[in-house]
Design a protein around this ligand. Structure first.
Ligand code: LMR
Length: 320
């Protein structure tokens, strides 16, 4: 059996970091695609020269031709524009929708059997549009959001309780926007729910509320600090975790933007929910019990995603 093939659509900051991580982890050979001539080729050459230093075996190539993604096992899409300070992710909808159309058609024509992970914003709408344009099965197209949002939540919780992040497990549901729903009841330090730790006096409700707020604005906090674009290390690491779950049939339960078809009383859209990822792609959507507050929060988030889908349909009638 030959090596797996990982195609990365978009050779910007996230694409380059994805390529480095995929190669270092020897997930397979990497094809870095971008429409800008020279950039994917240059980054691929630079990354290939890391291999002798770090001692990994992965062929890394750069291309401007969708034909080169043929036969990819996993495709991670970061193509499109990142927001700048003062912008919301939703401001990117018009420009990135056009990019998703080209990418979806490229995938449809060249790699229809791939497992596709979308990172482009506004995430929940773009993964939905990418699925529509590509025509792939819903369980083979998924959005990277909850893994990143939960990573941010986990980092802040580990910091607050001054514990190893390895012992922290958190869940963020809903859309990848300011209305996302960090669920503290399902967030634990070595199995102990965060609300119980608060009752034990190890933190205060005010501090946890502030962490929830900071998690919701986590992407924007980094956009404001960078000044020129958005986060890329943690988004790339999150995408790679999802790719590994698929390639290794790991059966991991990860919060992802997945297509809901009746689960949580929702259907016809992509939104962040816990899913089981294995060799079958999204093998299952895990329905956790939500209290009234979380349900209401999820509904607000879903309504925001629905508005974006309506905007996509208005901009591109082929989606209606
Ligand atoms: C993030 O959360 O870091 C990304 O969605 C990028 C952004 O614009 O916030």
């Amino acid at each position: 059996m030959g090596r797996k093939k990982i195609a990365l659509i978009g050779a910007g900051n996230i694409g380059g970091t994805l390529a480095l991580l995929a190669a270092q982890k020897e997930l397979g050979d990497v094809v870095l695609f971008d429409v800008v001539e020279g950039v994917p080729q240059g980054k691929a050459l630079d990354l290939s020269q890391v291999a002798p230093v770090q001692g990994f075996d992965a062929k890394i190539t750069g291309t401007n031709d969708y034909a080169d993604i043929a036969g990819a096992d996993v495709i991670i899409v970061t193509a499109g524009v990142a927001r700048k300070p003062g912008m919301s992710r939703d401001d990117l909808l018009g420009i990135n929708l056009k990019v998703m159309k080209a990418v979806g058609e490229g995938i449809k024509a060249n790699a229809p059997d791939a497992f596709v992970i979308c990172i482009t914003n506004p995430l929940d709408a773009m993964v939905w549009a990418l699925r529509e344009f590509s025509g792939l099965p819903h369980n083979k197209v998924v959005g990277m959001a909850g893994v990143l949002d939960s990573a941010r939540f986990s980092h802040f919780i580990a910091d607050e309780f001054d514990v190893s992040v390895k012992d922290v497990n958190t869940f963020v549901l809903g859309g990848h926007g300011d209305t996302m729903v960090p669920v503290t009841r399902y967030s634990t330090v070595n199995g102990i729910p965060v609300p119980d730790l608060v009752k034990m006096g190890l933190s205060s409700q005010e501090k946890i509320d502030a962490i929830v707020k900071r998690t919701r604005g986590g992407g924007g906090e980094i956009v404001a600090l960078l000044g020129t674009g958005s986060a890329f290390y943690a988004p790339a690491a999150s995408g790679i975790a999802m790719a590994e779950a698929y390639l290794g049939d790991q059966k991991r339960i990860l919060p992802c933007a997945a297509y809901v078809d009746g689960q949580y009383g929702l259907d016809g859209l992509y939104v962040g929910v816990p899913v089981l990822i294995g060799a079958g792609g999204v093998e299952k959507i895990v329905e956790i019990a939500l209290d009234d507050e979380d349900k209401a929060g999820l509904q607000v988030s879903v309504d925001a995603v629905k508005e974006l889908l309506d905007a996509c349909k208005a901009l591109d009638p082929s989606l209606a």
